[in-house]
Design a binder for this molecule. Sequence first.
Ligand code: CDP
Length: 806
Amino acid sequence: MTDQTMTPEERAASLEGMGCRRKRVEDVRFTQGKGNYVDDVKLPGMLFGAFVRSPYAHARVKSIDAEAAKALPGVVAVLTAADLAPLGLHWMPTLAGDKQMVLADGKVLFQGQEVAFVVAEDRYLAADAVELVEVEYEELPVVTDPFKALEPDAPVLREDIKDQKEGAHGPRRHHNHIFTWEQGDRDATEKVLAEADVTVEEMIHYHRTHPCPLETCGCVASMDKATGKLTVWGTFQAPHAIRTVVSLISGIAEHNIRIISPDIGGGFGNKVGAYPGYVCSVVASIVTGRPVKWIENRMENLMSTAFARDYWMKGRIAATKDGRITGLWCHVTADHGGFDACADPTKFPAGFFNICTGSYDIPTAYLCVDGVYTNKAPGGVAYRCSFRVTEAAYFIERMVELLAIELNMDAAELRRINFIRKEQFPYASALGWEYDSGDYHTAWDKALKAVDYEWLRREQARRIEDFKAGRTRKLLGIGLSHFTEIVGAGPVKNCDILGLGMFDSCEIRIHPTGSAIARLGTISQGQGHATTFAQILASELGIPASDITVEEGDTDTAPYGLGTYGSRSTPVAGAATAMAARKIRAKAQMIAAWLLEVHDDDLEWDVDRFVVKGAPERFKTMKEIAFAAYNQAIPGLEPGLEAVSYYDPPNMTYPFGAYVCVMEIDVDTGEWKVRQFYALDDCGTRINPMIIEGQVHGGLTEALAIAMGQEIAYDEMGNVKTGTLMDFFIPTAWETPNYVTDHTVTPSPHHPIGAKGVGESPNVGGVPAFSNAVHDAFRAFGLRQAHMPHDHWRIWRIAENLGLHG
Ligand code: CDP
């Protein structure tokens, strides 16, 4: 079959564009062990850095004696805060407008805090030298409870700012208080609650956990003294932002800094922030004139790099007798650890938590968040979520379940009568967002039908009878969740990080023979960007996806962008990709018109070519146009076929989904088994259905982990109790259930291809589905609220407290 004989449908299929289940091109390398991760970077003369870390959660550092370490053959340097202070680098700014010690400056505020940086000829020597550094500590009282941290006589944690009445986000009212952030109408909400037929009040805790990528954080810094150029390879989810920040902190001109994110073995938010390891490696490279590598071990990663969640959410919800929700009130006590290093857009100190009205048409709402310092690791990153959306979704999905209990209503029906209706979009929420599009009723009905919800409820009722009659010791929980996400930060007018506007970018070059390279400001960490961004281009440009190279992560070549996290790649860089392609197509149309000797307006686009209207035999393919762009002198047009787009989205996108989890629970052992999990996601236009399914499987498995066992737990002394993978739950194939995925398609009206993000949706919607299943199993026996994670011991305790063990 030739180009001319193929039908438009066949030509479209041969492009492997949007909608195609194209296999991931990345996997050819990855499955052959040919990935290139930061620890694969090996440079001549490279040194290795390792940290001396604090065993205490709160202590004064009386002295540091590094002489024995320095005397060890092969040790090149030992850096302490005293060495960094003359450079002004012993503290660094955090993404949240606070500052953080790079190396302990007089005291430590959490277990695992960086105290000294040893630089040696190899990693084993560095580890030995760490043991030889003598640090004298004086223990101080430890505070791990954010409520106790706010008591009047609580120990002062941040002595550096104890008298500072103003923080980065407004007034501070206590020495351990960071900020208060209010949204919505407090008086109106109080009034609705006071006058409501029904109200429910509950404390919902979303425990502290940690994104746990297979690859830990690390970098290689290499200062070339001859050229004055600093190159840093690292696990960076936002390489351009890191370049700008490094330039601002170090004073090195930005053009002399090259940041490279090579392959990244999972990010999930863990690799957004800047860590002391990066600063120390750069300084050590400048001081020694040699490349310096720093790679965290697993315990360091769990103990000291960015945590997630740790929100205490006090909620009140009001409704009419027949179940119409009339108001929502929420107060959050947010435990930020020793430094406020939350990775949120500047104007949103609690991220996008104000999406906590969820999928429901709630006319009145009020939210207040208090950020608090404690003796825990800093961070507050969006662990596979868009800036605290996961906490918000969990909060509202628990509140709705509690309201259903109070009203003695079916929780699915309560949701249905409160959903924002399709015709209400774009929908202005009571807490300040404009949801772009949605069709929640269709999704919900499809989900309930798919699992045969009515039948499941009948089975559950029979199970309860059997349990009461002593015929079984296993209960059945039906966990429902309908979530609305908010992904795709910008717009620049609302969203910046450290003053850097959150747009994104794509630059495309079409080569003379019709293949292409596209470079983006984002960086894949396993999401398959090289596969899917080529698919957008294939559909927009009529070039086969297999003829398009997608490159990310090198600031010397990629256009400036704010990186990949918060499912922003598709909503922002995906839009930039389409827009840059359209610029190319506009020029291609002019070239085709000249070649075909017709007016531009006489041409129409047909899959991979411009065709003269009414004369389908007269056309020029994109391949022909590309060749002409470089090789013909076309009057009034520059040679070449390239374009770049910097895309500032007009709004965020609001993907949504309907999930149902069916769980068996053994009352006597607390063991659980997910019998069925149905996940319907609506992420607008679907670029690659197979990659979407992969994203949903991965996100649900992380949600399972978080809901059912994963936790960063501390004892009262501030010791991390879950610092290894023996204690920190990572599901294996053994625990992971089969998932059934499904979808509806409600395009985003403002996105050039109608796509919304999807990577985080399953984590956002999955956690409430798993947790609601546990709660639902015990609903008939009086359970209202049990804090996550629902490990066997905690589930056993629920049963014990409800008197089910006889
Ligand atoms: O920003 P991040 O890549 O983590 O998240 P995303 O934008 O949700 O994209 C995750 C993966 O799913 C990418 O490979 C996207 O191209 C793909 N995706 C898709 O195929 N269709 C969508 N509507 C959204 C994402």
